[in-house]
Write a protein that binds this ligand. Structure first.
Ligand code: FAD
Length: 470
C-alpha cells in the first residue's frame, strides 16, 4: 500500500545530504521525504540576501536538487505561512529543519513550531550549522564569553572532547509524489552576469564543490596555514567560507578531519581550528546580543562623530582610493565575490579610521557583495575592525596600508593580480605607485594617511566621557 503523510525536510543553510541531522531524522521517520526550499524575503526585512548571496544560492540549490534527483520543491514568500499551509495540505507527519541563528529567523521559526504543534504536526529542528549551540558555551558563572581566547580554550576545546563528531548520513530511499511548489524558477531571480562569471571562474557552489575545495586545502593549504594565512598573494586559506555559510559542508566534518586525519604541523592545525571558533564566537555574540548587526556593542561609540561622504565611499567601493592594497582588496571583492581576511581588515580600518565613515557602510557593502556574507561573522567582524565590538582591535590601532602592503604582499603579487594598471610598476614602488616614474592611469591617493590618522584619534575622544570607557 502507498505510504502517505510525508516527512517534510526544509533545507535552509544546510544545503547538503551528508551529515545533515534534519534530513537523517526525516528519513528515519520511515515516511516518504518531501524536500523543500523557501526563499523568505518578507521576514528577512533589511537582511534579505544580497546580490552575491543570491547568485551563489541559486547554483547551490541546483546542485542540491540534482543530488535529490530533481525532487526539491521551491517556494517564495513568508515561510511562517508557507510551511504550516504546506504541512496541512500534504498531511505531513512532521517537518524537519536545521536551526539558524539570525534573530529574525529565531523569531519566525519559533512561531512556525508553535503553529505546527497546534495543528498536531511534529516539528523538529537540529543543529546543522555550528559545532556548538550558541547557548551552550558559557563561562562558569553561566554568562556568555566576551573575550575570544577563553571562549576558544576553556569553552570550545574542552567541550569538544565530550562531543561526538562522527559524520553520519542516512540513505535516501523514497520521495513523496505530491505535486506542490514549483521548480527553481519559482524563486524568480536571475543572477548578475558578472557575479555569475565570477562563480564559474573561481568557485563551485554545492556539496561536491565544497568537498573538492576542502580536499585541495588539506593537500596544499593546511601545512603552513598559521603563517601563510596572512599573505593574500599565496594560496594558504581554505576558501571554505561560502560553503560553510550555506552549509554545503558540515562544520563537524571539517573539524573532525582537520583534528584527526591530517598530518600538518600541530600549530597549523590548532590555528585553523581557532579560526573555525571565531565563527562560533560570532554566532555566540549574535545570539546573546541580537542587536549586534546595527548597534555598537560598546555604547560609548554611539557618540562617535562619523563623516558622511558618498563620493569617498564610492571610491572605496570601486577600489579607487589610490592605496594599492586597499584597492586590490575592493577589486578582488567585486571580481570574485570574496576577499582575503588580512585585506578585509586593512580595507575595514581604512574605511572607519582614515576615511572616518561609519562601519555600517562597510557592513552593507560586504553584505551585498560577499559570497560568504553572513550576518553573525560580518557584523561581529565589522565591530571588531571599528573597535566598538567584543574583544575588538582597539580603535587607536590604525593600519597603515603602505606598511601592511609591504609586510603581507611584499612583491605585490596580490596587488598586480587585481589592479592591472599596476602590473608593470617596479616592486620597489608597488605600494606607493605615485613615486614611480612609470606613468599609469591608476588614481592618486584620495587622502593623506598621517593627517587622517590624527583626525581619527581626535574623533575617538568623543567616546571618552562615557561610563563604559576604560
Ligand atoms: P580560512 O582562513 O580558511 O578560515 C576557515 C574558516 O574559519 C572560514 O571559512 C570561516 O568560516 C572561519 N573564519 C575564519 N576567520 C574568521 C573570522 N575572523 N570570523 C569568523 N569566522 C572566521 N566571514 C564570513 O564567513 N562571512 C562574512 O560575512 C565575513 N565578513 C567579514 C568582514 C570583515 C570586515 C572581516 C575583517 C572579516 C569577515 N569575515 C567574514 C571573516 C573572515 O574574513 C572570513 O571568514 C575568511 O576570510 C574566509 O576565508 P577562508 O574560508 O579562506 O578562511
Amino acid at each position: 500500500m502507498k505510504k502517505t503523510n510525508p516527512a517534510i525536510i526544509w533545507f535552509r543553510q544546510d544545503l547538503r545530504i551528508n551529515d545533515n541531522q534534519a534530513l537523517n531524522a526525516a528519513i528515519k521517520s520511515g515516511m516518504p521525504i518531501l524536500p523543500v526550499y523557501v526563499l523568505d524575503d518578507e521576514n528577512a526585512g533589511e537582511w534579505q540576501l544580497g546580490m552575491a548571496s543570491r547568485c551563489w544560492l541559486i547554483q547551490s540549490l541546483s546542485s542540491l536538487n540534482k543530488s535529490l534527483g530533481g525532487q526539491l520543491r521551491f517556494f517564495k514568500g513568508p515561510a511562517d505561512q508557507i510551511i504550516p499551509q504546506l504541512a496541512n495540505e500534504v498531511n505531513a507527519s512532521g517537518v524537519y529543519w536545521g536551526r539558524c541563528y539570525e534573530p529574525w529567523r529565531i523569531h519566525r521559526d519559533t512561531c512556525i513550531k508553535t503553529t505546527l504543534h497546534k495543528d498536531n504536526i511534529r516539528a523538529k529542528s537540529f543543529n546543522n550549522a555550528l559545532l556548538f549551540e550558541p547557548n551552550t558555551i558559557l563561562k562558569s558563572d553561566g554568562t556568555p564569553y566576551k573575550v575570544f581566547t577563553p571562549f576558544f580554550r576553556k569553552g570550545c576545546l574542552q567541550t569538544i572532547q565530550q562531543t561526538d563528531l562522527t559524520v553520519k548520513s542516512e540513505t535516501l530511499r523514497e520521495f513523496d509524489q505530491s505535486r506542490v511548489g514549483g521548480g527553481i524558477n519559482a524563486l524568480n531571480f536571475s543572477p548578475d552576469s558578472n557575479l555569475k562569471a565570477a562563480v564559474q571562474n573561481k568557485w563551485q557552489p554545492g556539496e561536491l564543490g565544497a568537498l573538492n575545495r576542502f580536499n585541495r586545502f588539506l593537500e596544499n593549504g593546511i601545512q603552513g596555514y598559521k603563517e601563510g594565512r596572512n599573505f593574500p598573494g599565496t594560496d594558504h586559506v581554505s576558501g571554505l567560507s561560502p560553503h560553510l555559510h550555506f552549509g554545503e559542508i558540515s562544520i563537524r566534518q571539517v573539524w573532525h578531519t582537520i583534528k584527526n586525519e591530517t598530518e600538518a604541523d600541530p600549530e597549523d592545525i590548532e590555528h585553523f581550528l581557532s579560526e573555525l571558533c571565531w565563527r562560533e564566537f560570532s554566532y555566540n555574540l549574535l545570539y546573546h546580543r541580537p542587536e549586534m548587526p546595527r548597534n555598537n556593542l560598546q555604547e560609548k561609540f554611539d557618540k562617535f562623530p562619523w563623516r558622511d561622504n558618498r563620493k569617498d565611499l564610492n571610491k572605496w567601493r570601486l577600489g579607487e582610493t589610490g592605496y594599492p592594497i586597499v584597492d586590490a582588496g575592493m577589486r578582488e571583492l567585486r571580481q570574485t565575490g570574496y576577499m582575503h581576511n588580512r585585506v578585509r581588515m586593512i580595507v575595514g580600518s581604512f574605511l572607519v579610521k582614515n576615511m572616518l565613515l561609519h562601519w555600517h557602510n562597510g557592513e552593507d557593502w560586504f553584505w551585498d557583495r560577499l559570497f560568504d556574507a553572513d550576518l553573525a561573522s560580518n557584523s561581529a567582524s565589522w565591530q571588531w575592525v571599528a573597535g566598538c565590538g567584543a574583544d575588538s582591535m582597539p580603535y587607536f590601532r590604525i593600519f597603515n596600508p603602505i606598511t601592511q602592503g609591504r609586510k603581507f604582499d611584499p612583491e605585490g603579487i596580490y596587488i598586480r593580480r587585481h589592479i592591472p594598471e599596476l602590473a608593470k610598476i617596479p616592486t620597489e614602488h608597488i605600494h606607493m605607485p605615485w613615486e614611480a616614474e612609470t606613468k599609469t592611469n591608476y588614481p592618486t591617493p584620495i587622502l593623506d594617511l598621517a593627517s587622517t590618522r590624527k583626525r581619527a584619534l581626535k574623533a575617538l575622544e568623543a567616546t571618552r566621557n562615557h561610563p563604559d570607557s576604560s
